[in-house]
Design a protein. Structure first.
Length: 454
């Protein structure tokens, strides 16, 4: 028996079970906490401005150093080596405890410094968690259902903001108490998730490459499968890899592909995630509740796109063609406000709904799937964290200037930048994305790198 290949095949060919769903929901809670923290900041901004007397510059700084940007960049850089050296689950032992502490500091903040420190801690924790969760899901998912399971991370990424926005609406009459409530809720969710993740499996693929048979045995038992035979265990223990972070640069082709499409999606999406309530004021959404309802609409249309299109078809249709279609829809949704004012209601709705459905139906979930497929298990977490971190870094730089761009030029400048970025996504995703539907992670790697994995 050839232990590594046979054991991997058992996971790749497995039917979906309740264990798969349980593991995936727990892993995907990192996305809930990521987007929840970003939009909790958007909900809180109006209160921070009044309570802590924030200028445009101070607001830009907190946006730039939030989970949306620089702080997550730092966390993702740290997470990669730790996850590849010590395991995906090892990250889970600590990251949400840090998130909890940061969220509590924000809920109790009495000055700007506390607010900024808390948000940075939350952002670092998010950066630790999210790429690690995607690696874990991809590594146990059946090959013909990988897109389906990975899409749960997108759904949770959209649910988090909806919950925060609904809390913002419910607590609006209580004024500044709102920002303390939303971050208090995030702290509670983080600690509950941390407890529930104690029973989550370690990545079986990581267990194989590091020679840890107990990891493989535990995962197989939770699937209801028989543990490896003694000779298989011996072969598995012999196949150990000595980790080196620099090995990610053996996969320059993968990095050169995934980093740009991360950034080209992340800048418009992150801008909407944090600043959309401000944009809605241009169309007469003068109350906070109206602005939040408009933002909820964006997230709901994205959920519809994920569930109705991507979850159903991602493991069957040509992913490159569908990616290009989704990117084109996003580009079109932003092109209109370049020429017509965003203050016209139907123009704003076209932008919000088109972008929401377009990036949800394929663009964002497919970017996540590709990012897990282009690197081997030995350095998957490091490469993913490195690539994902640059999206948050770029968004951090961009966020420093968004308030000024809006006040000096207006929304049409935001729309022009977003349109240009999505046009680039169409070209890169269609021409250079791997044809990965229905393939194992190892098959995708061999095909993408010309028949031989570096």
């Amino acid at each position: 028996m050839s232990a590594p290949s046979d054991i991997i095949r058992r996971f790749d060919e497995a039917r979906l079970t309740m264990a798969h769903y349980r593991w995936t929901i727990l892993a995907a809670m990192g996305d809930f906490l990521d987007s929840g923290a970003i939009v909790a900041g958007a909900v809180s901004t109006i209160y921070w401005i009044s309570v802590f007397h924030l200028t445009s510059i101070l607001l830009g700084i907190i946006a730039a150093f939030s989970p949306n940007a620089f702080a997550a960049f730092v966390g993702a850089i740290i997470a990669g080596p730790l996850g590849d050296r010590y395991g995906r689950k090892t990250i889970y032992m600590y990251d949400l405890l840090a998130y909890f502490i940061g969220a509590v500091i924000m809920a109790a903040a009495v000055n700007y410094v506390m607010l900024l420190i808390g948000y940075i801690i939350v952002g670092i924790a998010v950066g630790l968690d999210v790429p690690t969760s995607w690696s874990l899901i991809a590594e146990y998912a059946p090959r013909q259902r990988r897109g389906f399971l990975m899409a749960f991370t997108n759904v949770m990424w959209y649910i988090g903001p909806i919950v925060m926005l609904l809390l913002g609406i419910a607590f609006e009459p209580y004024g500044a108490l709102t920002f303390r409530v939303v971050f208090g809720v995030l702290a509670a969710v983080a600690i509950i998730t941390w407890v529930l993740r104690r029973g989550l499996i370690e990545s079986p693929r990581w267990g194989l490459v590091t020679g840890k048979t107990n990891v493989v045995e535990s995962a197989l038992k939770q699937l209801g499968e028989q543990a490896p035979q003694a000779n298989a265990q011996q072969q598995t223990q012999q196949a150990q890899y000595k980790y080196k972070w620099s090995d990610i640069f053996k996969y320059k082709k993968g990095l050169a592909f995934i980093i740009p499409i991360y950034i080209f999606w992340g800048v418009p999406a992150g801008t909407f995630g944090f600043f959309l309530p401000f944009f809605f004021k241009d169309i007469g959404f003068t109350t906070t509740t109206m602005a939040y309802v408009g933002q909820i609409l964006w997230f709901i249309t994205a959920i519809i796109g994920v569930v109705a299109v991507y979850m159903q078809l991602s493991d069957r249709l040509n992913r490159n063609v569908m990616y290009a279609v989704a990117a084109a829809l996003c580009a079109l949704s932003f092109a209109l406000p370049i020429f017509l004012p965003f203050s016209i209601l139907w123009v704003a709705l076209f932008n919000v709904i088109g972008f929401g459905f377009g990036h949800g139906m394929w663009l964002w979930p497919q970017t996540r799937v590709w990012s897990t497929e282009l690197f081997p298990t030995e350095v998957r977490n490091s490469a993913q964290g490195f690539a994902w971190s640059w999206m948050r870094f770029a968004l951090g730089v961009w966020s420093l200037f968004v308030p000024t761009i809006i006040s000096v030029i207006g929304y049409r400048a935001i729309a022009a930048v977003a349109t240009s970025l999505f046009i680039l996504n169409i070209i890169i995703g269609y021409l250079y994305g791997p044809r990965s539907q229905g393939k194992s992670l190892e098959e995708v790697l061999r095909d993408f790198y010309g028949g031989k994995i570096p």
